[in-house]
Design a protein around this ligand. Structure first.
Ligand code: SF4
Ligand code: SF4
Length: 342
């Protein structure tokens, strides 16, 4: 597939044509923060931002999602009537998504679609109907360490197209058939634009100076890592607020509840967090992760030890740095992983 070029002054017609038959979402500025919003023109598109505050995981895994509704009426001869939620009726485009967030979807695909014969239909329906157009990072955050966890500022995995900001133009690299289709009317990129994009990739990768080392974590038996003395210290500052898990693009704990009123009800899936005592509280009263140390250890062991073992080497972290930026007590995931690796 050839690299294409699109002038920023022509971006408006590109976005408008996308929006004719799809819902288009992009990071837009809202005072001091960056959030995702629906757009139908290029008016509010941003190219100079670090990343959105919240990850875009809610597009496929909403914070609260109705799975089905039901009626349980003794007056109805059919008794309990259950109706699933209808599938998404329009394709959607996530424009200017950062490469780390697209990579996170690939990690979550391994979780939600582990069994290809029985995938999570709510996740898969939205994934199948979404086009991901990435925007490569020109100036990574000081807290980013994506290059240590199989990702990078120009990483292409999971994207249908990658855009590279070259100033007045964008290099558009189609990566899948969907991306190729969207790029059909764009001009081929001149060689100097391709070279400029390659230079930017090298500079962006070199700008990421934070690293984590997982070599010993990978080698050690699970129990030995589980009993690492570092876990006796790291939990002390944590207040188990769950902020890190809600901002994290790969965290995916959830709880399913039935909300009822009279004979009507909804089955709802809500984000949950392994940092909460209640998350693992059994009806019997037993709690296998009853202490703060257990819960903090679980978060890091899950991402950096259990997931790679269970998911063919996939790390449950893409190095976006959000948890470090948002933690109210300054727990830094890079320090934790490097200490776990000692
Ligand atoms: S954000 Fe910080 S304090 Fe809150 S649960 Fe995560 S590690 Fe603990
Ligand atoms: S653990 Fe932290 S750095 Fe890693 S993906 Fe989650 S929020 Fe980003």
């Amino acid at each position: 597939m050839h690299d294409k070029i699109i002038a920023k002054k022509d971006l408006d017609s590109f976005v408008r044509s996308l929006a004719q038959s799809r819902d288009v979402f992009a990071p837009v500025r809202d005072k001091a923060s960056m959030g995702w919003a629906q757009i139908d023109s290029a008016d509010n598109l941003e190219f100079d931002f670090l990343n959105t505050d919240f990850s875009p995981k809610a597009f496929f895994f909403p914070q609260n999602e109705r799975l089905m509704h039901f009626t349980n009426s003794s007056r109805d001869e059919d008794g309990m009537i259950m109706e699933e939620e209808p599938p998404r009726d329009r394709e959607q485009v996530l424009l200017n998504i950062r490469p780390c967030d697209a990579k996170a979807f690939c990690v979550l695909d391994l979780v939600f679609c582990q069994d290809e014969n029985a995938p999570d239909v709510y996740w898969k329906d939205k994934r199948d109907k979404t086009v991901l157009i990435g925007l490569a990072c020109k100036a990574p955050c000081p807290t980013c360490f994506c290059t240590s966890v199989n990702c990078g500022p120009h990483h292409e995995e999971g994207l249908d197209m990658l855009l590279v900001d070259l100033g007045e133009d964008l290099l558009a690299r189609p990566l899948t058939d969907k991306g190729q289709e969207l790029a059909a009317d764009l001009q081929d990129a001149p060689q100097e634009a391709v070279d400029q994009a390659a230079g930017q990739k090298k500079a962006s990768e070199e700008a990421i100076t934070s690293t984590v080392d997982m070599s010993k974590i990978n080698e050690r038996p699970v129990l030995e890592e589980y009993e690492h003395p570092y876990f006796d210290r790291v939990f002390e500052a944590c207040i188990n607020c769950g902020t890190c898990t809600f901002y994290c693009p790969t965290c995916h704990c959830f709880d399913i509840q039935d909300e009822t009123q009279d004979e009507f009800g909804h089955r709802v899936r809500n984000w949950d967090t392994c940092m909460s005592w209640l998350f693992t509280h059994h009806t019997s009263g037993h709690n296998p992760r009853g202490t703060k140390k257990d819960r903090v250890r679980q978060r890091f062991m899950h991402k950096f030890k259990y997931m790679p073992i269970k998911l063919g080497g996939a790390i449950g972290c893409v190095g976006c740095g959000r948890c470090t930026r948002k933690c109210p007590v300054n727990i830094d995931v890079r320090t934790v992983v490097n200490s776990m690796n000692e």
